[in-house]
Design a protein around this ligand. Structure first.
Ligand code: ZN
Length: 349
């Protein structure tokens, strides 16, 4: 038995977070994943909404498993070109404006041209605006300063920038020698990296899985409907691999795998959860049980859309989620180990 190498997983995660992929504009990152799997001779197919499914046939083909992680991220879209030549944004996904204040960003025009900019409070300069600190961080006050000589809306339009262009945030990824990884979009590209490395291990070691197993790389999770389709009628267990949420009162940390017992959608399948805990205990994997108060996953989206499945949610612990995210290689390692053993385990009775 060999676990995937976590240092290598971190490299995959670094590649993934460096490809802009706000929900609604994920073709480039899905193509990257497609190529990664094609190199392993793992067949994939795309669904109509742009996600990717890899299926590995198992011993039992009457009962299937599905695991999912999402490559779409938070982002924004150009809402308005201001008369000043600055851009007003509309946010994609659930986060606050203060978490992107000062962030470098990239604007992609519909013809594929890329421009860079900075997301700023309109009243940023303290030499000009007295209330700079107190002004509210909201849609009206925040704007994009484009790195071009533009001072009117017309000049911006001449560049090719228009309402509806996607805006993505600089991930500022840093991998530190002591095992921390800091980056935007570790939600949920850390988990996508983990799943890809596991598929690689299964493929290279020619491991026979007990059940036919589908891996869905979903591309609409941040807007609520990523993993609710393409679930075969044979699918019994559905495991979403997505970040564990940290904060006051939370037991999740950056070093263990977080096993979710309940989120805003209600409790996850009890027997399934207990199986995952058993697997963690038997294999001496560091884990935490937790409740995420304001959270929904692709697994709960699948249940809500009417699929009769056993659903679960686990993932690496991510600090300051949907903002300045960070995790540690040990969390990546523990999550990888748990999924590895899960893939080889018997299903819930
Ligand atoms: Zn997520």
């Amino acid at each position: 038995m060999t676990y995937p190498n976590s240092e290598e997983t971190i490299k995959v995660i670094k590649d993934l977070v460096s490809i802009p992929s706000p929900s609604g504009n994920t073709n480039e990152v899905i193509t990257w994943v497609e190529n990664f799997l094609a190199d392993l001779n793992v067949e994939t197919k795309r669904n109509r909404k742009g996600g990717l499914i890899a299926t590995i046939p198992g011993k039992d083909n009457d009962n299937h498993r599905m695991l999912t992680a999402h490559v779409d991220t938070l982002g924004a879209i150009v809402k308005e070109i201001k008369p000043s030549g600055r851009l007003k944004l509309d946010l994609i996904g659930g986060f606050r404006y203060n978490s992107i204040e000062g962030e470098y960003c990239q604007i992609e025009t519909s013809s594929g041209k890329i421009f860079t900019g900075t997301i700023l409070m309109h009243q940023t300069s303290v030499h000009v605006y007295q209330d700079a600190g107190k002004a509210e961080r909201n849609q009206d006050n925040m704007e994009v300063r484009i790195d071009e000589k533009v001072h009117t809306a017309d000049q911006v339009r001449e560049l090719g920038i228009e309402v509806g262009d996607f805006v993505s945030f600089d991930p500022r990824v840093q991998v530190l020698p002591n095992g921390y990884i800091k980056s935007r979009h570790l939600d949920d590209k850390a988990s996508v990296g983990i799943l890809l490395q596991l598929i690689k291990q299964v493929a290279t070691d020619k491991i026979e899985l007990p059940y036919t197993t589908h891996f869905l790389i979903s591309n609409n999770e941040e807007i609520g409907y990523g993993g609710n389709s393409n679930i075969t009628p044979e699918t019994v267990e559905y495991l979403a691999v997505d970040m564990g949420a940290m904060g006051d009162g939370q037991s999740t940390d950056e070093y263990t795998v977080s096993i979710c017992v309940k989120d805003a959608s209600g409790p996850y399948h009890y027997a399934f959860r207990k199986n995952l805990v058993e697997l963690a205990k038997t294999n001496e994997i560091g884990y935490k049980l937790d409740i995420y108060p304001y959270y929904g996953s692709d697994a709960s989206a699948a249940i809500r859309s009417g699929h009769d499945i056993v659903h679960g949610l686990i993932g690496p612990g991510i600090d300051s989620s949907h903002a300045f995210e960070r995790t540690h290689i040990s969390s990546i390692e523990n999550t990888t180990k748990l999924i590895y053993h899960y893939l080889l385990s018997e299903m819930v009775e």
